[in-house]
Design a protein around this ligand. Structure first.
Ligand code: 5GP
Length: 210
């Protein structure tokens, strides 16, 4: 049976480890395609252009918006972030589940435009653990960490708009839980109407012959 791809939105506070969870999904299962976002933020050490993000200046970002090249965009901690359209459309058509790792404003815009998108929010086991992970990452200044903790408090108000939360205590368990939720979403009747109608038709044909 040919499955239609699901647009899977994965959000979570900065430092929750959602990047690691997404990496785990991509390594372990082969039906996923990861959308690489465009951003005006500066690359962190080790980040590669075209792999982590497409790093661009503000003018290029605004031009891409004007040309209709992004399916959503948002401003997060003074930088722009957006999802390039072409790749997402291409991969969904090819039957892949496309992962968007994006923040909450973008996620809610996606839900408006694509009501069948699956919205997952990766949670830390506690707020204290979140702060420990952010500090432990060692890539941000204390000011940026404070800003991201404040932003997390704001974002926490919107979590009930998501379809599921997944707790990232142990990464492997979180990857397995996330995968199970996505697989379950594929089994929703609404996503399987062709198959259901085929069985309905066959049942009718068989009963006619009896
Ligand atoms: P970071 O700077 O830590 O890589 O990302 C900051 C936030 O922006 C994260 O919550 C990340 O998920 C989100 N983000 C990354 N790409 C996009 C995007 O294309 N659109 C939106 N709306 N948010 C994004």
């Amino acid at each position: 049976m040919n499955r239609e791809g699901i647009l899977v939105v994965i959000s979570g506070f900065a430092g929750t480890g959602k990047g690691t969870v997404v990496k785990g999904l991509l390594e372990k299962y082969d039906n996923f395609a990861l959308s690489v976002s465009m951003t005006t933020r500066q690359p962190r050490p080790g980040e590669e252009n075209g792999k982590s993000y497409f790093f661009v200046d503000k003018e290029t970002f605004e031009k891409t918006i004007e040309e209709g090249g992004l399916i959503e965009h948002a401003c997060y901690c003074d930088n722009y972030y957006g999802t390039p359209k072409a790749y997402v459309e291409e991969q969904l058509k090819a039957g892949k589940d496309v992962i968007l790792e994006i923040e909450i404003q973008g996620a809610l815009n996606i839900k408006k435009m694509f009501p069948t998108a699956l919205l997952l929010f990766i949670m830390p086991p506690s707020a204290e653990e979140l702060k420990r992970r952010l500090v432990g990452r060692g890539t941000e200044t204390p000011e940026v960490i404070d800003k991201r903790m404040r932003r997390a408090a704001e974002e926490s108000e919107g979590i009930d708009n998501y379809d599921y939360i997944v707790i990232n205590d142990k990464v492997d368990q979180c990857v397995a839980d996330t995968y199970s939720i996505i697989e379950a979403a594929h089994m929703r009747p609404k996503r399987n109407m062709n198959f259901i109608n085929k069985i309905r038709h066959e049942l009718n044909e068989i009963s006619k012959g009896e």
